[in-house]
Design a protein around this ligand. Structure first.
Ligand SMILES: Cc1ncc(COP(=O)(O)O)c(C=O)c1O
Length: 284
C-alpha cells in the first residue's frame, strides 16, 4: 500500500512516526479529506486552498507549493488505483525536541502524510437518510480551522453513536452550529438555512457546492443561524460533507422527517451529482 510521506510516495511500511512529532504530541496540525470519483478528485483546488488557509491560521508554513501537493495527491490516487474513495492528507508542525508547547523557532520541517482508501457511495443512505442526535457543542471557538485535534468532535460523535445515531447535530445555547463531522442545514417553507461561516463552524466545501446548486436551481438559501425550535419545525433536514455529500436526515432525536423524491434536498442531491459528473465523469 502506498502513502504520501513528506514529498514522496512510499510504501506504507517505510513511514516512521516520531513520538516527538507535534502532531502526535499536541494534535498540532491540519488536514483535508478529498473525495475522488472515477479516479478524479472532486473540488481538489478548493480543498488544497482550505488546507493552506487552515495552516495559515495556526502559523504553520507548508514547505511545498499547492501544485506540488496536488501532484503528490494525484500520483497517490493513481498508484493506489482508487476509483471512488477518499484521500486523507495531514500536515503537522513537525518534530521538535524536547517537548515544549511553544511553536519551535528554529526551522522545523512539517510532516506531511496522506493515504487514500476506496469507499463507495452509500446510495441507500443517500436515498433514505440518516438518524442523528442533538448534542451540546462543547468544542473550542476556532472550529473554522480544519485541525487534527478532533477530541471534541469524536466525543460528540460517540455520544450520538451510543444513541444509535450516525451524526451529532450540535448546538450552542440553542443555536445549531454544525454536525460533529458535517455542516447542517434545514429547509423551511422553501428556503434553505445554514449557519453562516464563522469561527463556530468549518467552512465546508460541500456547503459551498450546495450554495452553487441552490443558486442554479433558484432555491433561496439563507446563511442565517437557526435554533433547536426551527430544527424541530423544519420541513427537511440535511448534513453536508465531502464523504456524506448532501445527506438527508430522517430523524433528530425523536423528531422524524420524511425524505421524498420531490423534496428540495432530493433536488439538491441531483444537482450535486451533476457537479460531480462535470468534474469527474458519469456516476454509475
Ligand atoms: C466539523 C465539520 N464540519 C463540516 C464538515 C464538512 O466539510 P466538507 O464539506 O468540506 O467536507 C466537516 C467535514 O469533515 C467537519 O468535520
Amino acid at each position: 500500500m502506498k502513502v504520501i510521506w513528506n514529498n514522496k510516495i512510499v510504501d506504507h511500511e517505510e513511514v516512521v512516526i516520531n513520538p516527538e512529532d507535534r502532531g502526535y504530541q499536541f494534535g498540532d496540525g491540519v488536514y483535508e479529506v478529498i473525495r475522488a470519483y472515477n479516479h478524479i478528485y472532486f473540488c481538489l483546488d478548493e480543498h488544497i486552498n482550505r488546507l493552506y488557509s487552515s495552516a495559515n491560521k495556526i502559523e504553520l508554513t507548508i514547505p511545498y507549493s499547492k501544485e506540488e501537493i496536488k501532484t503528490l495527491a494525484n500520483q497517490l490516487l493513481k498508484e493506489s488505483n482508487i476509483s471512488t474513495g477518499d484521500l486523507y492528507l495531514q500536515i503537522t508542525r513537525g518534530i521538535s525536541s524536547p517537548r515544549n508547547h511553544t511553536y519551535p523557532d528554529v526551522a522545523v520541517l512539517p510532516s506531511l502524510t496522506g493515504k487514500a482508501n476506496e469507499i463507495i457511495r452509500n446510495t441507500e443512505k443517500l436515498t433514505n437518510g440518516i438518524k442523528t442526535s442533538i448534542e451540546e457543542d462543547i468544542r473550542w471557538l476556532r472550529c473554522d480551522i480544519k485541525m487534527i485535534s478532533l477530541l471534541g468532535n469524536i466525543m460528540l460523535k460517540h455520544e450520538a453513536h451510543k444513541k444509535g445515531a450516525e451524526e451529532a447535530i450540535l448546538h450552542r445555547e440553542g443555536i445549531i452550529t454544525e454536525g460533529s463531522s458535517s455542516n447542517v442545514g434545514i429547509v423551511k417553507d422553501g428556503v434553505i438555512y445554514t449557519h453562516p461561516d464563522s469561527h463556530f463552524i468549518l467552512p465546508g466545501i460541500t456547503k459551498l457546492v450546495l450554495k452553487r446548486c441552490a443558486h442554479a436551481l433558484g432555491i433561496p438559501m439563507s446563511e442565517e443561524s437557526f435554533t433547536l425550535d426551527d430544527l424541530k419545525e423544519a420541513d427537511e433536514v440535511f448534513c453536508t460533507s465531502t464523504t456524506l455529500e448532501i445527506m438527508p436526515v430522517n430523524q433528530v432525536d425523536n423528531w422524524t422527517y420524511s425524505v421524498t423524491d420531490d423534496s428540495i434536498v432530493r433536488r439538491l442531491q441531483r444537482a450535486y451529482e451533476k457537479e460531480i459528473e462535470k468534474q469527474c465523469g458519469p456516476l454509475l
